[in-house]
Write a protein that binds this ligand. Structure first.
Ligand code: ADP
Ligand code: MG
Length: 250
């Protein structure tokens, strides 16, 4: 097993607001996730799960501490640089699917390729990639459908195809089954298992124990701290990545 984590957070703090109104949402969090791991993040409402996912997903920066994503220090990147990292390395799945209502399934799936300004793919190659991604989630025959013509489970599968089209190493899922019935939830979890079997790293927030049970390991967040980590992989002695860029200013 590789000993170099793909996600490595060291003493990460996140403080919102200023002065008297300050809220410390994360209070010194250490997280190490190995390439190919499937991890669930659980914890009570307000414990800091979304804050942690936003930082892992490069949607927000830590107030203090260090975050290495695939060996790259992303703790102090600016907004444009973070957007670039997101596009290159991460795929997102949200509870509310976040599809564009006025775009067909195929046009939703192709979007991340359009955002990638460095992409050298021709329009035809992009469309082909989007069709392949839709086929991979079992929706080849729904390419021209709009989100409101699809069931919740189908919409989430479109969202997964969109998350995968850039071939990200890490897939982040925030309550991916939160708006779905039991059968659709099982379908989505089966898809996440497939992605995991293909070697992708999956980090999923959920408050449902039967959904978390699909993961190899559960990280429990409580009051801005990691309260517990439990699962099938013993990772008690994870070493930090070898190639550590020099962090300026801490
Ligand atoms: P969870 O996802 O576990 O419910 P959050 O990460 O959303 O928890 O929130 C953790 C704490 O940080 C809560 O006390 C919340 O009120 C606060 N918080 C979250 N986002 C903000 C924000 N943008 N501004 C101020 N406080 C926030
Ligand atoms: Mg939340």
């Amino acid at each position: 097993m590789s000993t170099e984590p793909i996600i490595f957070l060291e003493q990460v703090f996140k403080v919102y607001g200023v002065g008297e109104a300050q809220v410390a949402a994360l209070k010194g969090v250490d997280v190490a996730i190995q390439p190919g791991e499937f991890v669930a993040i659980m914890g009570p409402s307000g414990s800091g799960k979304s804050t942690l996912m936003n930082i892992i997903g490069c949607l927000d920066r830590p107030s203090a501490g260090r975050y290495l994503l695939a060996g790259e220090d992303v703790s102090r990147l600016n907004r444009a640089q973070l957007a670039d990292v997101r596009n290159r390395k991460l795929g997102f799945i949200f509870q509310s699917f976040n599809l564009l209502r006025r775009a067909t399934a195929i046009n939703n799936v192709v979007l991340p390729l359009l955002y990638d300004r460095k992409s050298k793919l021709s329009p035809k190659a992009r469309t082909q990639a989007a069709h392949a991604a839709l086929a991979a989630v079992g929706l080849a025959d729904r390419a021209k459908h709009f989100p409101n013509q699809l069931s919740g489970g189908q919409q989430q599968r479109v969202a997964i195809a969109r998350a995968l089209i850039t071939n990200p190493a890490v897939v982040l899922a925030d309550e991916p089954t939160g708006n779905l019935d039991t059968q659709s939830s099982e379908d989505i979890m089966a898809l996440l298992h497939e992605l995991h079997a293909l070697g992708r790293t999956i980090v999923m927030v959920t408050h449902e124990h039967d959904i978390a049970a699909h993961a190899q390991r559960t990280i429990l967040v409580r009051d801005g701290l990691i309260a517990e980590t439990a699962g099938r992989l013993p990772l008690s002695r994870v070493s930090p990545p070898a190639a550590v860029p020099v962090a300026v200013g801490d």
